[in-house]
Design a protein around this ligand. Structure first.
Ligand code: ADP
Length: 654
């Protein structure tokens, strides 16, 4: 202890205080500096300070808070405490100054740098935690399950739509916020997890904000148990996942909607299905309006969660048809501007502005429309109608994401309408072509039959005449008439297939017999080929004999036509346990691999032979249709220049 003579200070009097002590006289001269106070001075020989004036020794303190407070205590004789940071030493002091007897002033000093540093660190941690919560849009909770008290961070309160500081901390009050449809599930899940003594929990559920809107929350927490296994604490985070949930729902919706939108070309029924599917992902109501040719608005699709209401909507529309010329609000404005509109919150004032009569206004109010989006439907930049989405519960108000999704849906719907319209005009064109072909080929058949008949009469007349030249010409007329008949029959068959009118008369038959007949007919025509039959079938098949003959004739005439310089054509017949398989094999020009998949399509010709009239590329198409109608299969094996084998199978009749 350093003492200034002649003043004696009893150490007993100053203890038990552990602080450093400095005593000044009334003239601010150091009277006493305790051992603990030594480190506060940078001077090595602190005892030299005794009797010296503090302000002279430390001129840098001139005007400082320290000086101000010292002087104040001296003048008021009132003690005072404060924290002081000595920039010179970098030390934080807790300072307590008091008049000391009649001697002067006593100063108690304590180094609180560590405490200050901890406090600052704590503050930094707190700030970091808060920033992280804000950035991650999460809230922290800590539930003391023993005393049933929950701590919520400010962010947690905000996350659940509450003003900070308004949560009571009671578990029951939190549970009351849960969506009525989710309470039971959440309770059950928690019970199960606690019963199984699991140490973590993950769950998601909806909460209802005080403004009645619904939000999806993800919960992740740790659970602690005491030694007897009772849960004592649950601490974790909550996260708002409403946006992700909605996006997920939209994704599912679009994968369904794409199927519907591409499944049918009847746009009216497609739009109805899409509207039905849009509820409830897109809201409680979905309507589609299209502008008619007479420039009125037709409600072509309407859907609501409660199907009864759709009827109501249709009646309403009949009673109060919208006026397309009044473009101040709603559908008419969207149509005139060509831009989507979103009404996040529908107010009474909005209803009054958009609906004329008081009676109508009341009816609309009774519907509880809460939020609405109207999206234009476009076709080639032209507005053709609108899609409208409405929510009628407080739980949902549309946002920008909803609008984007609705616009995407409207775009897809527009495309489907476009396709349907294109298809319907194409369909009409095909229909008139088929009608024309059907009538033309019918009408052609009669004159051709007459030509054929007359040429046969003339041939008979010239049979015994010396005019062999005319006979030859007449025979050539007949060959060409035959070809023409074949072509006309093919066209007729195709129109029948297209119209679904090709009829069949099925009978149980043995295929070998049909093949033998067809082959012997062709042999009579004196082809340059040797026609062989290999194998036989004893199985019965259910078939239309005439149509199977037609297939065989077609395959054999192709084999002849495309292997003119070869000698052999072989017809193979084979039984399998389930089918009878017939193949016609030639050794001619064959078919390139790349053409093989298309060979059975109509009008397809892989190697059209110049100048041959009888080649329209229809024979295989008709054959494949005939075989398909017999529940059989038809296929080709071929290699360019190595010939082709066309086969078909017919199921065995048991
Ligand atoms: P087409 O009247 O043109 O013969 P098909 O439908 O019967 O009509 O045949 C379609 C096309 O398949 C033919 O144009 C030809 O290119 C090819 N084809 C059919 N059979 C054979 C075959 N045996 N050898 C080579 N090519 C063939």
């Amino acid at each position: 202890m350093i003492l200034a003579s002649p003043i004696v200070i009893s150490t007993q009097e100053l203890s038990p205080r552990k602080e450093a002590i400095i005593i000044f006289d009334h003239n601010w001269n150091f009277l006493y500096i305790s051992e603990e106070a030594k480190p506060f001075f940078q001077t090595k020989n602190v005892s030299q300070l005794i009797g010296k004036n503090i302000w002279k020794e430390y001129p840098q303190l001139e005007g400082s808070v320290l000086q101000k407070n010292y002087l104040e205590v001296e003048s008021t004789k009132q003690p005072m405490g404060f924290d002081f940071f000595a920039s010179l030493t970098g030390i934080w002091y807790q300072v307590y100054i008091s008049p000391y007897k009649e001697l002067g002033i006593i100063v108690y000093l304590r180094d609180i740098s560590d405490a200050k540093r901890n406090q600052e660190e704590l503050q930094t941690y707190k700030e970091r935690l808060e920033q992280a919560q804000t950035a991650g849009e999460i809230g922290i909770f800590d539930w003391n399950m023993k005393v049933n008290q929950i701590y919520w961070s400010t962010q947690q309160e905000e996350l659940l739509g509450m003003t900070p500081g308004s949560f009571s901390g009671k578990f029951e009050d939190w549970e009351q916020m849960l969506h009525p449809d989710d309470i039971a599930r959440v309770k059950k899940n928690r019970k199960l997890i606690l019963a199984e003594h699991k140490t973590s929990i993950t769950d998601d559920f909806r909460v209802i904000y005080p403004d009645k809107s619904a939000h999806w929350i993800l919960l992740r927490a740790k659970i602690y148990y005491d030694s007897s296994g009772d849960p004592i604490r649950m601490i974790g985070v909550n996260m708002d996942i409403t946006e992700q949930r909605q996006t997920e729902l939209y994704r599912q919706f679009f994968s369904e909607a794409s199927k519907i939108l591409s499944s049918s070309l009847d746009y009216q029924s497609t739009l109805n299905s899409v509207a039905r599917l849009a509820v409830p992902t897109f809201g409680d109501w979905c309507t589609v309006d299209l502008i008619s040719s007479s420039n009125t608005l037709d409600l072509v699709a309407v859907a609501h969660r409660d199907p009864k209401k759709t009827k109501w909507a249709k009646n309403w529309r009949n009673t109060y048809p919208p006026d397309l010329h009044n473009t101040t609000s709603g559908i008419s404005r969207v149509i005139s501007k060509g831009k989507s509109e979103i009404y996040q919150y529908i107010t009474d004032a909005m209803i009054q502005a958009s609906v004329q009569s008081v009676e109508q206004q009341q009816l609309v109010k009774d519907l509880h429309f809460r939020s609405m989006m109207i999206i234009p439907l476009k076709r080639k930049q032209k507005i053709i109608g609108t899609m409208t989405f409405v929510t009628d519960t407080d739980q949902r108000h549309y946002n920008e994401t909803d609008l984007q999704m609705a616009e995407e849906l409207a775009e897809r719907a527009s495309l489907s309408i476009e396709n349907a319209k294109l298809f319907s005009s194409e369909q009409k064109a095909v229909q008139s072509r088929d009608e024309f072909l059907s009538i033309a080929s019918h009408e052609l058949k009669t004159p051709i039959t007459v030509i054929k008949g007359f040429s046969q009469i003339l041939q008979r007349r010239f049979q015994n005449s010396k005019d062999k030249g005319t006979l030859n010409l007449l025979q050539r007329i007949e060959v060409q008439v035959e070809r023409l008949t074949k072509l006309i029959n093919e066209i007729l068959d195709v129109t029948k297939i297209e119209a679904g009118k090709m009829s069949f008369t099925y009978e149980a038959q043995i295929v070998t017999e049909i093949i033998e007949e067809v082959v012997s007919d062709i042999r009579l025509m004196k082809t340059p080929h040797e026609l062989l039959i290999q194998g036989a079938s004893k199985q019965m098949v259910l078939c239309d004999q005439e149509r199977i003959r037609q297939v065989l004739n077609n395959l054999l005439s192709n084999a002849i036509k495309y292997s003119l310089h070869e000698e052999k054509i072989i017809v193979h017949i084979k039984d399998t346990p389930t089918d009878v398989v017939v193949s016609v094999q030639d050794f001619g020009i064959g078919i390139e691999k790349e053409y093989q998949p298309q060979i059975f399509q109509r009008f397809f010709r892989a190697n059209a032979i110049e100048g041959t009239l009888s080649s329209l590329g229809l024979g295989l198409f008709i054959s494949s249709e005939i075989i398909a109608r017999h529940k059989g299969k038809i296929w080709v094996d071929s290699e360019k220049d190595k010939g082709a084998t066309f086969s078909f199978s017919l199921p065995v009749f048991k």
